[in-house]
Design a protein around this ligand. Structure first.
Ligand code: ADP
Length: 622
């Protein structure tokens, strides 16, 4: 006897279903894309398993997706003869959601102005989209390799729970039957389904079959009995990446992007390469226009699918591209890897290594050409993915110089991040040997730094680095095109200001000495500055001291920050420094600390004792 068991949905699934049922109104048709894509995944999985065990497909080797509908009954059926699911898999897959997908999806939905169902695919919750259009969903499935009487029927109205009933199912694979809601009956019409499938599923690599439209029969003729429909294939069902470039249109590239990435935007660009020779492989890779939602997640997914001789092997094959290219989407199809390749094998495989390094080079070249040919497009790319690319400078030693060539910075000549190191070098006056930069928390604070005064006077450009990651970038990128990268707030600036020491009178020597005594605990020295023009003082770091901006980041991250003893440089021509020299006793100490603290503030740091700073300033003002 077959007993029906009732299960409750996981809380997150319940919330998700509520959203599907009650809040999503636009783009409902995408449930077709989601269910077809699941069917296609199931076929991919079966084809993969059958490489080891061909008995799995023996009974029916014509892998396909069938879409059947009954207008009268208002039902729609999406059927595949793929891998199917066992009872445990049904409970696992259609009752819970493992990843952070739901939460992220709900957040995205809450913040979205228009609650657009189109976002669903990216979050791995596609199955549940069926409930946008269906009042009831029945899933009949049988895992490949299991006996007919091990079939499972899952049923739910989407309200809180679902049932599972064992049943004898003759066919391998999964059949999803939707009982359409009153307002969604149109999805049981052939023309409607055909147009949706053309739009979203043209590049599914398995045939998608619809019943052939039947010519209108003489309505008087009662003798006609329902028969198996004649099926008609609606999609192209070839692996797009295997076609020669010249035969693929822009629209086809875009449609394929949408199907591999589940991103409904257009891609920014694509690269399609067929490599023949020692190794034989094809890559069709895309750079999205918008950042994937998990770009900064720790458990982010990589977007490249691996195929071997057109057989799908795995999703997010992280061995194929480095983390700093994790935003790239698409497929790599190798003719040389074994079909039974596993993630472990990929980790240390010479073929994969070669594909990987050649692909990295190709992407870098492609980005370089984009930068050259279409500056606006590159600017768009840079603003979306530039920060990720910077990780490459830190992580990827062998490509460091090449990646550095792709970086764009703001500088004293450009508020926008659009200055390349090559541009910078091209603009360097003859007597300038190095590349100069300043790191700061914001553009305003970088631009206002006293350290730039000497450079302004000389007319030398300085790169303004304000992204958090920049502190790490400059630690790894110490050279570009044979030129050193130098921070403007380090000790040696003789190239900029010349070797000449500022002239210091005896009285001034005395002030410097007194300042040094007053500040002995906090600075290693007090010197007359040659780099300041308008500001009274600045702090100069030794070559191994941690930059103030970096110290701040480390402190925010809860890390121990080593105590630097920088050099305080004072501008002897400045009126304030004159005032200081005539002060005595406590007032002199107030002035000394004031000079030090304002130099800290100019670096974007806080005075060591903010309240003390305020009290001192007030005393001096009164
Ligand atoms: P995703 O497909 O992104 O993982 P879904 O919510 O769409 O998320 O599906 C959940 C899971 O249910 C899938 O990962 C798969 O394991 C299983 N599943 C869905 N549809 C099918 C199908 N037609 N055949 C076999 N398994 C399926």
């Amino acid at each position: 006897m077959h007993t029906t068991e009732t299960y409750g949905f996981q809380t997150e699934v319940k919330q998700l279903l509520q959203l599907m049922i009650h809040a999503l109104y636009s783009n409902k048709e995408i449930f077709v894309r989601e269910l077809v894509s699941n069917a296609s995944d199931a076929l991919d999985k079966l084809r993969f398993l059958s490489v080891q065990d061909d008995s799995l497909v023996a009974e029916d080797s014509n892998l396909r997706i069938e879409i059947d509908f009954d207008k009268e009954a208002g039902t729609l059926t999406i059927r595949d003869n793929g891998v199917g699911m066992s009872k445990e898999e049904v409970v696992q897959n259609l009752g819970t959601i493992a990843s952070s997908g739901t939460k992220r999806f709900m957040e995205a939905m809450e913040s979205a102005q228009k609650k657009d169902a189109n976002l669903i695919g990216q979050f791995g919750v596609g199955f549940y989209s069926a409930f946008m259009v269906a009042s009831e969903v029945t899933v009949r499935t049988r895992r490949a390799g299991l006996a007919a009487d091990e079939g499972i029927v899952w049923h739910s109205t989407g309200e809180g729970d679902y049932t599972i009933t064992p049943e004898t199912i003759e066919r391998r694979g999964t059949e999803i039957i939707l009982t359409l809601k009153e307002d969604s009956k149109e999805f049981a019409e052939g023309w409607k389904l055909r147009s949706i499938l053309k739009k979203y599923s043209e590049h599914i690599a398995f045939p998608i079959m619809l019943p052939k439209p039947v010519a209108p029969k003489d309505s008087e003729d009662e003798s006609i009995v329902a028969t198996e429909p004649e099926w008609e294939q609606v999609n192209d069902a070839t692996a797009l990446w295997q076609k020669p470039k010249s035969e693929v249109t822009q629209e086809e590239y875009e449609a394929f992007y949408q199907s591999v990435s589940s991103d409904w935007n257009k891609p920014l660009t694509h690269l399609h390469n067929k490599v023949e020779g020692n190794l034989e492989y094809t890559t069709l890779l895309y750079i999205p226009e918008q950042a994937p939602f998990d770009l900064w997640d720790r458990d982010r997914r990589y977007g490249v699918k691996l195929f071997v001789k057109r057989v799908f092997i795995m999703d997010d094959a992280e061995q194929l591209l480095p983390s700093w290219l994790r935003f790239v989407r698409g497929v790599v199809d190798s003719a040389d890897l074994p079909l039974n390749v596993s993630r472990e094998i990929l980790q240390s495989n010479a073929i994969v290594d070669k594909i990987r390094s050649a692909t990295i080079k190709r992407i870098i070249d492609h980005l370089n050409s984009m930068a050259k040919d279409d500056a606006d497009k590159y600017a768009k790319f840079w603003s979306t993915f530039g920060q990720v690319l910077k990780e490459g400078v830190i992580d990827d030693y062998s490509n460091r110089e090449k990646i550095a060539g792709l970086l764009r910075f703001a500088s004293t000549t450009s508020d926008e991040q659009k200055v390349s190191l090559a541009d910078y070098i091209a603009r360097m006056p003859e007597d300038q040997k190095d590349i100069y930069y300043i790191t700061a928390e914001t553009l305003t604070s970088a631009k206002g730094s006293p350290h730039l005064e000497a450079f302004r006077k000389k007319g030398w450009e300085v790169l303004l680095l304000t992204d958090r990651i920049d502190e790490w970038v400059v630690q790894h990128l110490t050279e570009f095109d044979g030129k050193s990268l130098k921070a403007v707030n380090r000790t040696d600036l003789s190239d900029v200001i010349g070797d000449e020491k500022p002239e210091v009178s005896e009285a001034q020597e005395d002030v410097l000495k007194r300042l040094k005594e007053a500040l002995a605990e906090q600075v290693s020295d007090v010197k007359a500055s040659a780099r300041l023009v308008d500001s009274p003082a600045c702090l100069v770091l030794g070559s191994h001291d941690m930059a103030p901006h970096m110290a701040k980041i480390m402190a925010q991250l809860g890390q121990a920050v080593p105590e630097n003893k920088p050099v305080l440089e004072v501008n002897l021509d400045h009126a304030i420094v004159n005032r200081v020299s005539s002060a005595e006793g406590d007032t002199f100490n107030d002035w000394a600390l004031f000079l030090l603290d304002q130099a800290r503030v100019a670096d974007g740091s806080l005075p060591k004792d903010p309240a003390g700073f305020v009290a001192r300033v007030n005393r001096l003002l009164v």
